[in-house]
Design a protein around this ligand. Structure first.
Ligand SMILES: Nc1nc2c(ncn2[C@@H]2O[C@H](COP(=O)(O)OP(=O)(O)O)[C@@H](O)[C@H]2O)c(=O)[nH]1
Ligand SMILES: [Mg+2]
Length: 350
C-alpha cells in the first residue's frame, strides 16, 4: 500500500467528525519523540475539523443549562467523506494519511461494492459506537434498547460476513471505538456518584461483547482470522465536560431526545472542552501499520521486502517510533481492562 488508509463506519451522526477534530488536536503530542508528525493535507479537511470543534464548543456552552436537549439529527450526509492528512517524516518525505468516513447505509445498499474496494485499501477499520445508545436503557440482551437501530450492529456484521472475504479482513486492525463515554467514565471515577462502586468502563466491554456478538463471533471463527486480525476496544471522551443523562421520547414527534448536562464534581481542568483518549485509536493504528511495515522489511528481498510506505524512515527510526508510541498506548494489563481499553485479539503482539 502506498498510503495509510483508515475506514470509519458506524451509525449516522454519532460524532465521528468531532472525534477526528479532537484526535488531530492531540496526536502530535503522542508523536513527539518519533520522526513522524501528522499534518492536514487539504483546506476542506481543515475546514471540517475547525467547524466540528466550533460546534462542540458551542454545545459545551449550551450544556451549562441543566438537561439541555439534543435531538437526533435526521440530516446526515449520505456521501463518502475522506479526510486527508499527511504523515511527515523528519527529513521531509510525506506519506498520505487518509481517513474515510462512510455513511451507515452504504453497508446495505448499492454502494457495498465501493466499500468492499475501500476495505482492500485500508489497514485499519474503525467501528464508531455511540455509547449512550449502546449502554443506556439496558435490556436483557446485554445492550441498550436503541443500539440496534442507531449503531447498526447487524448491518455491520452482515457486511463483514457476506460482502467481504476472509482475505479482505484477515490482515487488518479492527477497532471498536465507543465515543461519548463521558457519563460512564465520570460515574466510574467520581466516588461521590459511584455509591455501588461499579466500573462502568469495564461493563462497557461486556455491552460491546453482547451488542456486536455476531461480528465478534465471525471475526474469531477461523484460524486465519484469529491469527491475523487484530481487534481492540478503545473508548473515547469526545468532548470531556458534558455528560449524557438520559433519553426521552418527545410526545409530539415521537423522536428520541438525548438530555445532556455539565457533570458534577469535575476538577476545574476537566471542565469545558477537554477530550480524553482521542489520540489512542491513532496510536493503535500507527503502531500496527509500523509493525506491518517492519515485518515486510524483514521479508527476503525476492518477496518484495524493504519498507514501502515509510520510505523516508530507516529501520531504527521505525523501531524507535514503535517503542515511543507503545509507551503512550493505553492497554489492559492481563485480563484487566484499563478505562475500558481492551485487546480482544492481539496476534501481532502490540
Ligand atoms: N452531546 C454531544 N454531542 C456531540 C458529541 N460529539 C458530537 N456531537 C454533536 O453531534 C453532532 C454530529 O457530530 P459529528 O461529529 O458531525 O458526527 P458524524 O456525522 O458522525 O461525523 C454535532 O452537532 C456534534 O456537535 C458528544 O460527545 N456529545
Ligand atoms: Mg461527519
Amino acid at each position: 500500500m502506498k498510503q495509510v488508509n483508515i475506514l470509519m463506519m458506524g451509525g449516522k451522526r454519532c460524532g465521528k467528525t468531532t472525534v477526528l477534530a479532537s484526535m488531530y488536536g492531540e496526536i502530535n503530542k503522542a508523536l513527539a519523540g518519533t520522526a513522524l508528525r501528522l499534518e492536514v493535507e487539504d483546506p476542506q479537511t481543515e475546514q471540517e475539523l475547525v467547524r466540528a470543534r466550533a460546534s462542540i464548543a458551542r454545545k459545551m456552552e449550551d450544556f451549562k443549562i441543566p438537561l439541555t436537549r439534543v435531538e437526533v439529527d435526521d440530516n446526515p450526509t449520505s456521501a463518502l467523506k475522506t479526510y486527508s492528512f499527511r504523515l511527515v517524516v523528519e527529513g521531509g518525505s510525506r506519506i498520505p494519511f487518509k481517513i474515510h468516513d462512510i455513511p451507515g447505509e452504504w453497508l446495505t445498499d448499492s454502494h457495498q461494492r465501493e466499500v468492499k474496494n475501500l476495505v482492500k485499501e485500508c489497514q485499519v477499520i474503525i467501528i464508531a459506537i455511540d455509547t449512550p445508545y449502546l449502554f443506556s436503557k439496558m435490556t436483557s440482551k446485554g445492550y441498550g434498547i436503541y443500539h440496534e437501530e442507531y449503531n447498526k450492529p447487524l448491518e455491520i456484521a452482515n457486511f463483514f460476513k457476506n460482502s467481504l472475504s476472509v482475505e479482505n479482513v484477515e490482515d487488518r486492525m479492527i477497532l471498536f471505538v465507543p465515543i461519548k463515554c463521558e457519563r460512564y467514565y465520570h460515574l466510574t471515577n467520581t466516588p461521590q456518584l459511584n455509591i455501588c462502586k461499579r466500573n462502568y468502563m469495564q461493563e462497557l466491554i461486556d455491552a460491546i461483547g453482547c451488542g456486536y456478538r455476531d461480528l465478534l463471533m465471525y471475526l474469531r471463527s477461523t484460524a486465519a482470522l484469529v491469527n491475523n486480525c487484530t481487534m481492540a476496544i478503545t473508548p473515547i471522551l469526545s468532548a470531556g465536560g458534558i455528560d449524557f443523562v438520559r433519553f426521552r421520547t418527545d410526545a409530539e414527534t415521537g423522536k428520541v431526545i438525548s438530555l445532556y448536562q455539565e457533570p458534577e464534581f469535575l476538577h476545574e481542568y476537566e471542565q469545558g472542552y477537554s477530550p480524553k483518549f482521542c489520540e489512542q485509536p491513532m496510536i493503535y493504528a500507527l503502531i500496527y501499520i509500523l509493525l506491518q511495515e517492519l515485518g515486510e522489511a524483514a521479508a527476503p528481498k525476492r518477496f518484495g521486502g524493504g519498507p514501502k510506505l515509510f520510505r523516508g524512515m530507516n529501520q531504527t527510526q521505525m523501531v524507535m517510533a514503535v517503542e515511543t508510541l507503545r509507551k503512550k498506548l493505553k492497554r489492559n494489563t492481563g485480563n484487566h481492562p484499563e478505562d475500558g481499553f481492551y485487546f480482544i485479539q492481539n496476534p501481532k503482539d502490540l
